[in-house]
Design a protein. Structure first.
Length: 275
């Protein structure tokens, strides 16, 4: 499959994560499902099922300039995320936050602060499940629910998404692209979720630093903030620039969409991937 080749080419691997159950009783999730169901007979769904949706996928930026992209998954959280935002503001550094929809609903002011301070808000699903194990309709609903949640707070929808733990199949990539989202992976993973020692995280950040790096981090870990207190000024002193993903959008795209296998109806109104 195309996405398998893309990941293998960068010797990347998904990150461990805490798999959650679908929050299907949440009003925002239910609204999203209604909107997805309402389009089952649309040409839009026909193109998606037939594999005629061009996949937008980004795993790194251009390597001709000293630019890095900080990305933070899973939040927004509480005080640790506020500490992170304070640090980023101190150095006038902007980052991309991949937020979980159900958490956004309870931290609206933090989301507004992120945007006001110049950060990009991206989609990390609504319930934080393993999207690769979901059917097409649930995957669409997970992304759509977070699109709705963010829109209700900020007045616009995210342009980027990342599946929890980086777990995805081609169905997941198609669903994202059908909603106008570019799926973002990474090529620098310091493993802040595995290490409590900020020095270990800093060591791995330095080891994987290269032009065009998309750096995977998490916004609720104090050890991450501590490591960045050294890493950010160090990078700036060495001439690196921290950028948002928008300028890199579309640089990594999969091949001709008509070559993709179809997704078949397994039962009425229930789509499963045949991939």
């Amino acid at each position: 499959m195309i996405f398998t080749a893309l990941l293998a080419a960068s010797q990347l691997s998904p990150a461990p994560f805490n798999q959650a159950q679908l929050d299907a009783k949440e009003p925002t999730w239910q609204l999203a499902r209604q909107r997805v169901d309402a389009r089952l007979q649309d040409p839009w769904m026909e193109r998606l099922v037939a594999g005629k949706v061009e996949i937008q996928f980004l795993k790194h930026g251009p390597t001709d300039h000293k630019r890095l992209a900080l990305t933070f998954d899973d939040g927004p959280h509480g005080e640790v995320t506020y500490d992170l935002l304070k640090l980023l503001k101190e150095y006038d550094v902007h980052a991309t936050f991949f937020v979980v929809g159900k958490m956004v609903i309870n931290r609206k002011n933090m989301l507004r602060q992120m945007e006001a301070e110049g950060h990009e808000i991206a989609n990390h699903s609504f319930s934080h499940p393993d999207l690769a194990n979901l059917d097409l309709l649930d995957t669409l609903t997970e992304y759509k629910a977070t699109q709705i949640a963010v829109y209700d707070i900020l007045g616009h929808q995210p342009r980027f998404c990342r599946p929890p733990g980086g777990r995805m199949d081609e169905k997941t990539l198609r669903a994202a692209s059908a909603l106008g989202l570019t799926t973002v992976y990474w090529n620098s993973n310091p493993g802040d979720y595995k290490f409590d020692d900020p020095e270990k995280i800093l060591e791995r950040l330095r080891l994987n630093r290269q032009n065009g790096s998309i750096i995977l981090l998490h916004s609720g870990l104090p050890q991450t903030v501590e490591a960045l207190k050294t890493f950010i000024p160090e990078c700036l002193e060495q001439g690196y620039e921290f950028v948002l993903l928008d300028g890199w959008r579309g640089k990594e795209q999969a091949a001709n969409p008509v070559q993709r296998p179809a997704i078949h109806f397994k039962q009425r109104n229930h789509l499963k991937s045949s991939i």
